[in-house]
Design a protein around this ligand. Structure first.
Ligand SMILES: Cc1cc2nc3c(=O)[nH]c(=O)nc-3n(C[C@H](O)[C@H](O)[C@H](O)COP(=O)(O)O)c2cc1C
Length: 400
């Protein structure tokens, strides 16, 4: 499941270090190559020799242990697909949040472009400390992923939140992140993205600031999980992902036609496009001349693409997005019901956010009424959570 995957395991100074040995062993059994980086404090808890023996690799500890011409933190950071820090102390979390790089592990993290999974382990007081919580939120905003901690007996003898999750759970997270999970194999998924433009004359249009980033992230995630993806996007300034069928469109009507053409053979539609709700009642043939006084425009409703799909969706999974400035959950639930959706992703617009941003804060609402409120996360992470839900719906539909 992890064959050929390069993973760095960062081990820091917590009593939970001994559990990291089992993490290495499990990752290796699944085929991963694991390089362990230990902090000086971690070496007080478990000898590097233990990790060296279990990982079948030398253990990396010092930022100045330069082998040949390799600068170790850079070379390690380059080859890793994932960095897991387990256990992660309060100290290392706060150092990472401040961009400190005073040992091999933090220097590697700072140089890394890979995903980073942080698995905290500490006393409850430390975990609940508002400064640490602020640092965790900051790291999350920068794309760091967190797993745990859980509640239970702590090494200090207290009960509470701060216990590192179990090695098997850590490995499950790793598999979810980089394992060859192909849970959309055989499925055809349509994703719409970006804004639409409704021209009022040859040089002016009605639109919105949608960047397409959310839809493109969804298309990439669905592709990575084995789906055949049709990405239908309005005008955006980002490059179409490889390995998807890309259909660029301009207006709501073109988007509707493109979606309808692909609809019959698809299994799911994710309508993340910010389709313009109105179009000019007639696009002027020539540029409307600037003149004194107001210009009156008559606007007609554009085709309600998602409502049309909802009426004929059959067994397909239909996902909509609700962007609201007020009454977020209430309005999103109304949309879910009225448009016959399986899932609605609600997000709040305020001061231009989340347009163009690499992150967003969303609430996912399911047909059952179950709501999942996510913290501010990179759009790639939100895409992963949405696709997880879609896979769940597919599984439930098969069972029923
Ligand atoms: C016995 C013992 C257990 C500790 N356990 C933890 C722990 O679980 N979590 C934590 O954040 N710090 C723990 N600490 C404190 C850290 O080891 C200390 O903050 C250290 O500076 C962390 O260094 P590092 O983050 O570079 O590994 C423990 C210290 C001792 C002596």
């Amino acid at each position: 499941m992890l064959k050929g995957k390069e993973i760095i395991l960062g081990v820091t100074g917590s009593i939970a270090c001994y559990k990291a040995v089992e993490v290495v062993s499990r990752l290796r059994k699944l085929g991963a190559n694991v390089n362990v980086v230990m902090t000086d404090s971690a070496k007080q808890f478990v000898a590097p020799l233990t990790f060296q023996t279990i990982s079948c690799n030398p253990v990396h500890t010092g930022v100045f242990d330069i082998k040949e011409y390799n600068i170790e933190h850079v070379s390690l950071a380059k080859k890793a697909e994932l960095i897991v820090i387990a256990p992660a102390t309060a100290n290392v979390i706060s150092k990472m949040a401040s961009g400190i790089a005073d040992d091999l592990l933090t220097a590697t993290v700072l140089a890394a472009r890979s995903k980073i999974l942080v698995v905290p382990a500490m006393n409850e007081g430390m975990f609940r400390n508002p400064i640490l919580q602020e640092n965790i939120r900051k790291l999350r905003r920068h794309g760091f992923l967190f797993a745990g901690p859980s509640k239970g007996g702590l090494a200090c003898g207290e009960e509470g939140e701060g216990r590192m999750i179990e090695p098997s759970e850590i490995v499950d997270e790793v598999v979810k992140l980089i394992g060859a999970r192909q849970d959309l194999k055989g499925k055809k998924v349509i994703v719409t993205a970006g804004p639409t433009r409704e021209f009022i004359d040859p040089v002016r249009f009605i639109s919105n600031p949608s960047s397409g980033k959310m839809g493109f992230a969804l298309a990439e995630e669905a592709r990575d999980r084995g789906a055949e993806v049709v990405l239908i996007s309005g005008p955006v300034g980002i490059k179409a992902p490889q390995g998807v069928r890309y259909i660029p469109v301009t207006s709501a009507e073109q988007m509707r036609n493109a979606v309808n053409n692909a609809f019959n053979v698809c299994n799911a539609v994710i309508m993340s496009a910010a389709v313009s709700d109105w179009e000019s009642s007639g696009c002027a043939a020539d540029k409307i001349k600037a003149r004194e006084g107001p210009l009156e425009l008559k606007l007609n409703r554009t085709p309600d693409i998602i409502a049309g799909l909802g009426r004929k969706k059959g067994k397909r999974v239909l996902v909509g997005f609700a962007l609201e400035t007020n009454g977020l959950i209430k309005n999103a639930k109304i949309k879910l019901k009225e448009k016959n959706l399986d899932l609605v992703v609600a997000n709040r617009a305020s001061n231009g956010y989340p347009f163009g941003s690499d992150t967003n804060r969303v609430v996912i609402i399911e047909r059952s009424g179950k709501t999942t409120e996510l913290p501010e996360l990179p759009k790639s992470e939100i895409a992963r959570k949405i696709i997880d839900k879609i896979v769940n719906i597919f599984t439930t539909k098969v069972r029923n």
